[in-house]
Design a protein. Structure first.
Length: 253
């Protein structure tokens, strides 16, 4: 749920970026998923919102943000055995989150489409497969009617699909489906009184993932072209831009 954001100036040491160059924040796509869940909670009397994340103790700050926005409870999954895992793949994350979902008897799971750092874009769908739930990816509109979810999905080329799913289901939420709220001061105070459980692998009846993935190299990609900043008045910038477009053949000179 939390993602690493790299400073403008940073260094790479082997296969990792030192912590002093990183900050952690709530993943953008997950923020929209949280807002979607809270809106369902506000519209219905039978919705209990549980925020879940896999991560070390620092992840609790992000979970507290979800609680401050309106989630009822939170669950953090972590174990010392996960410290030794080079790359926690979507399949491994799905297995751990599936154990949480079964423990919570969840019938609707909302995830972000992807994370802002790894950008796998596969954890939600892998979770649905692990649970044998119906699923829909890249959802940008949702209506819940009893045990039926009516969704709009954003497909390639601007195409939109409308479909219905029976619960239980997993939906991956796209940005733009709503306007995520800011946590109120009252919500922030209440967040520290709401339950936040920490579960180990043993608590979930899970083993440490035997991952086939290894991070072998990390490097800054080389730029293939230079960047030119246009200065001057709007008219000067427009004239220079028109000239650049003509020089590169984008438009006829």
């Amino acid at each position: 749920m939390d993602v690493a954001v790299v400073d403008d100036a940073f260094e790479i040491e082997g296969t990792h970026i030192p912590e002093e160059h990183l900050t952690y924040e709530l993943n953008e796509w997950d923020d929209y998923a949280i807002e979607t869940a809270i809106q369902l909670q506000e519209a219905r009397d039978d919705v209990d919102v549980v925020a879940a994340a896999i991560g070390p103790e620092r992840s609790e700050e992000t979970l507290r943000k979800a609680l401050a926005k309106g989630a009822d409870r939170a669950v953090r999954v972590w174990d010392d055995a996960l410290d030794d895992v080079s790359v926690l793949s979507p399949a491994a994350k799905a297995r751990l989150l599936a154990a949480v979902a079964e423990r919570e008897e969840a019938d609707l799971i909302l995830t972000g489409v992807q994370s802002g750092d790894d950008a796998w874009g596969a954890t939600g769908v892998a979770l649905a497969r692990e649970l044998s739930y119906q699923w829909a990816a890249v959802v940008n509109q949702l209506e819940l009617d009893g045990d039926t979810a009516r969704v709009h999905r954003e497909l390639e080329g601007g195409v939109e699909e409308r479909t219905e799913l029976d619960l239980p289901a997993v939906l991956t939420i796209q940005t733009g489906i709503n306007d995520p709220r800011y946590a109120s001061l009252r919500g922030i105070r209440q967040a520290h009184r709401k339950p936040l459980d920490v579960l180990s692998l043993a608590d979930l009846g899970a083993d440490a993932p035997a991952e086939p993935l290894r991070l072998r190299e990390m490097r800054v990609p080389e730029s293939e072209s230079d960047t030119e900043y246009l200065e001057g008045s709007p008219a000067d910038q427009a004239e220079r831009l028109a000239g650049l477009l003509a020089e590169t053949g984008v438009v006829d000179g």
